[in-house]
Structures are given as structure tokens and as C-alpha cells.
Write a protein that binds this ligand. Structure first.
Ligand code: CA
Length: 496
């Protein structure tokens, strides 16, 4: 059905052509070969199309690696956690200092990556259940990927790629097999991680082995491949290898168990990344394979929150700014990109690598291709339908209750829905978002506020609504966590 839908879009695109020609196009579009547009500008030829290995860590914060994510910002790497394989990958490729996850929580980022659309447009902006008893009521979400969406797996399979998804899926809809993936681990979620213990903690090494076998088979068949490695780590971190746990108990003596196990599973994950990279080398595929490493949201429980404000469950930088390393053909070794990029940019990027014409992008895709940026040393801007990024979290979970942000160049505006407060920051000078400049830059703040509202209206985003039963004077009332609303002495609760 989805394929037919894509064909009709294709037909609509050629509406000015003669009717006979349109009929020919329909006939051609029905065959998969037509999906690969030979005449697409900048398209790779079919024979040289690159393989893609897309790795997604879970809850790994911007500073969760021993790889610095910014050359000048202190606190952009961990002083304790050791990730030597990712250090090597970074030395071979490009690091992004301003890479964003589409959402500050799990499933919304995952469905956004699969579709190229923002979580706000998809009406899936939170993973955990709604919190009740607050001043505002969270919007309802449909937590299941729709059959109407075209996924990365469907796109790349249609274009002739062998496709695999290993690890955590977490967007339902019958699992990856129903959404374009030839091989997969089923309709998995967080619970999956707990089954696997030393010597295969949270299935890190099992996933790396399955990916290696898949690459070998794809190579033999002569097909390019796409693999999404949705690592379960850093979930179920107490399942880390015993030796690694012991190492971090020494390095972090006196720290709580969660911090120790999170550090340990981070290093185990790095070892799994190393195994996967070694398999790519052993198969002689490194030269024509893009390797991408990133995280689904900012720092979760157990990570040390330094360098950036906030963490998972909010749109402060700590919730959405994530590590990103890319290695592949034409990407300069040991290079930096400071241009903001977002997870849903990968969808149009993969389109271009697969040689599919831009005109065939599904309607509503909000990302821009990163191909030129990667080829030109990270120095060109990304062309998206809009020249700003919005993060919309109309929910309670992290600091400050329901909130949105808009990033335009170096400037970022935060909006808090409980009291309609706004705050303005210059990220270039103040990455930790401590100096609110809304009062001294009132015109800029007002313009960005308007831009944010117009965008959210244009994509039909959902908003929190007033709670008629909320009683501010009730002794049982639940304040939004964090910031100045946080009750004395209470720390934010850990969330899923
Ligand atoms: Ca997550």
C-alpha cells in the first residue's frame, strides 16, 4: 500500500506531463528499479552505492565517551569512561559538536529517524506514560508506527539494499519486519536488554556477530546493505561484564552503583563497536561503508551531567545534544563539524546515498541531506524545508514541565507552558544555558517565539491543556520537577 502511495505521489509530481507519458511513468514506477532515479542530481551510480552502518546508543549523553565532542568546551567528554574504539573512529572521521537527537526521549527519536519527520509532526513526543496531578494535562499519543509512513528500511530495500535492524526497536507496529527490514530481532523494547548477561551483556556482542554475518552474506550477494544497530546499552547497565564492573568500581570508588554500572556498560558497548568495525575491515568493506555513531537522547540516569544543562526528558541542551561521529567515503579524517544537524537529517541523506531522486522524498520530511556537509569538511549549511530546528516536549518528565525550544543560528529560545515563560540563550557564548538574554534581546526573543508558534501550528503539533482539577494549594499537588519549581531537597526521579 505504501509503495502504491509513493507511486501516486510520483505521478502527481509529473502532473504537467502528458497523460500518456504519466501512464508510462506509473508502469515504470511500479517496478522497483524506477525507484532508483538514474538521472538524480549528485546520485551515486548504482554500482558504487555505499553500505551504511547506523549505530544508535541508548541514553548516552553528549559527554558519555572518552571522545571530546567539542574541541574547546570543557566537559564535552568523560574523564572516567574509556571508549578507545570510538576514539579511533573519531580520528578516522568527522565529529559533530552540535548534533541533536530529534527528541529528548527514546521512541520519539526512533520513529523520527525511521521517517525523516519531527516527533511533533508525528504526534509522538514521549515514551514514558503521562504524569497526572500537574497544572497541565499532557496530550495523548498513539504509540505505534503507522503503516502509512515510509521508513528508512522500506526506502532502502526498494532501492535494492539488503536491510537489517538489530536490537531495540521500541516503536511497535509489528516490529522491523513489517517496516522494511529483511533481518531483525523482532518487536523489541527495553525489557529485551535484561535477558543478556556476561559474556554477552545486553546482547552487545550477539548483535555485533549477527551484523558481521549479515554483512558477509550481503557482500556475497553483491547488494549494498543498511544495518541499524539499535544498541540496548546503556539500559540494564548492571548486566555489564563482571571484569568491566570491577574496573569501574575501582575507578569510581565511593560513587553509587548506577554510575559505576553505566560507566561499565559504556565501555562494553565500545568493545562491541570495536568488534563491528573489525568485521567491516576483515570483509574489506571500510572504503565504501559509512559508519555513523550517535545516541537516541541526552544523558539518562547514571551519566554524570556536566558541561550541558539538563538531561533526558527536557529540551535543555543536555536532553537533546548527543554524540555524533561519522566515518566513510569522502569524509576527512579527524575533522570537525560545528553546523547543527538533527537525527531526521539522515533520512534524506540515505536517500541521496542510495541514488533516489529528491523529488521522491515523501511529503512532510523535515530533514536535509548531510551529503554535501560530509564531503566538504563540515563547512556548509544543511538545506532543510525550514532554516531552524524545533524540539517540542509537551510533557512532564525532566526539569520545568512541558516545554519547547527553537534553535536559529547561535540563538536558542526556550518556552515553558506552565506559565508561558520564555528564555533566550546564545549557545555560542553560553553552551550551558545559564544567562537568559530574553529581556535584553526582547525583539529577537519575540521573533523567535512567533517563529516557534507558527511552526508548531503549521505541523499541527499537540499541546498540553489546563487541568481543571488542579489545585495549586493542595498539599498533595505535584510540582513540575526541576528548576525553581523543584521542592526543597528533592531530586528529580529517574524515568524510563
Ligand atoms: Ca533512550
Amino acid at each position: 500500500m505504501k509503495f502504491r502511495h509513493a507511486c501516486w505521489q510520483y505521478v502527481r509530481f509529473t502532473v504537467t506531463l502528458s497523460r500518456i507519458f504519466a501512464i508510462v511513468l506509473v508502469a515504470t514506477a511500479i517496478s522497483t528499479s524506477a525507484f532508483v532515479a538514474d538521472a538524480a542530481p549528485n546520485a551515486n551510480s548504482k554500482t558504487s552505492r555505499p553500505n551504511i552502518v547506523f549505530m544508535l546508543a541508548d541514553d548516552q549523553g553528549w559527554n558519555g565517551l572518552s571522545v571530546a565532542m567539542h574541541p574547546d568546551a570543557s566537559g564535552s567528554k568523560s574523564d572516567v569512561i574509556q571508549t578507545p574504539n570510538l576514539e579511533r573512529l573519531a580520528a578516522q572521521g568527522m565529529r559533530f559538536s552540535a548534533a541533536y537527537a530529534p527528541a529528548p526521549v527514546c521512541s520519539p527519536t526512533r520513529i523520527s529517524l525511521q521517517t525523516g519527520k519531527s516527533p511533533a509532526q508525528l504526534h509522538w513526543t514521549k515514551a514514558a506514560p503521562p504524569e497526572e496531578g500537574h497544572r497541565l494535562i499532557e496530550p495523548r499519543l498513539i504509540k505505534r508506527i503507522s503503516d502509512r509512513e515510509t521508513t528508512i528500511g522500506e526506502l532502502l530495500r526498494s532501492a535494492g539494499y539488503a536491510t537489517a535492524h538489530y536490537g531495540k526497536w521500541h516503536i511497535g507496529g509489528g516490529g522491523p519486519g513489517e517496516h522494511g527490514y529483511d533481518e531483525h530481532d523482532g518487536d523489541t523494547g527495553n525489557e529485551q536488554a535484561f535477558k543478556f548477561e556476561d559474556p554477552n551483556p545486553v546482547d552487545i556482542f550477539g548483535m555485533a556477530d549477527r551484523a558481521a554475518r549479515f554483512m558477509e552474506r550481503s557482500k556475497k550477494s553483491g547488494k549494498p546493505f543498511f544495518i541499524q544497530m539499535s544498541w540496548n546499552a546503556l539500559h540494564a547497565s548492571t548486566n555489564a561484564k563482571k571484569a568491566t564492573l570491577a574496573k569501574y568500581q575501582r575507578l569510581l570508588s565511593g560513587e553509587n552503583e548506577k554510575r559505576v554500572s553505566t560507566a561499565a556498560i559504556s565501555e562494553d558497548l565500545d568493545e562491541g563497536v570495536g568488534k563491528l568495525l573489525a568485521s567491516i575491515d576483515a570483509l574489506g568493506l571500510a572504503e565504501n561503508t559509512f559508519v555513523i555513531y550517535t545516541s537516541d537522547n541526552g544523558s539518562g540516569g547514571g551519566n554524570k551531567r556536566t558541561g550541558l544543562r539538563g538531561g533526558k526528558g527536557g529540551v535543555w541542551e543536555g536532553g537533546v545534544r548527543v554524540p555524533l561521529i561519522v566515518r566513510g567515503p569522502g569524509v576527512a579524517a579527524n575533522s570537525w563539524c560545528h553546523v547543527p544537524v538533527v537525527g531526521y537529517d539522515w533520512f534524506p541523506t540515505f536517500y541521496e546515498w542510495a541514488g533516489v531522486a529528491r523529488a521522491q522524498l515523501p511529503t512532510g520530511v523535515e530533514g536535509g541531506s548531510l551529503t554535501e556537509l560530509l564531503q566538504r569538511g563540515g563547512k556548509v549549511n544543511v538545506r532543510r524545508p525550514r532554516d531552524f530546528l524545533v524540539f517540542h516536549f509537551p510533557h512532564y518528565q525532566g526539569e520545568d514541565g512541558p516545554q519547547s525550544s527553537i534553535v536559529v543560528g547561535d540563538w536558542k529560545l526556550m518556552k515553558f507552558y506552565e506559565d508561558d515563560r520564555i528564555a533566550l540563550f546564545n549557545l555560542k557564548d553560553d553552551l550551558s544555558e545559564r544567562r537568559d538574554l530574553a529581556a535584553s534581546n526582547a525583539d529577537r526573543a519575540a521573533a523567535m517565539h512567533r517563529q516557534l508558534n507558527e511552526y508548531l501550528t503549521a505541523i499541527d503539533a499537540q499541546f498540553p491543556t489546563p487541568n481543571p482539577e488542579f489545585d495549586a494549594n493542595s498539599p498533595n499537588r505535584k510540582p513540575a520537577r526541576g528548576g525553581k519549581n523543584r521542592p526543597e531537597g528533592k531530586k528529580p526521579k529517574k524515568s524510563n
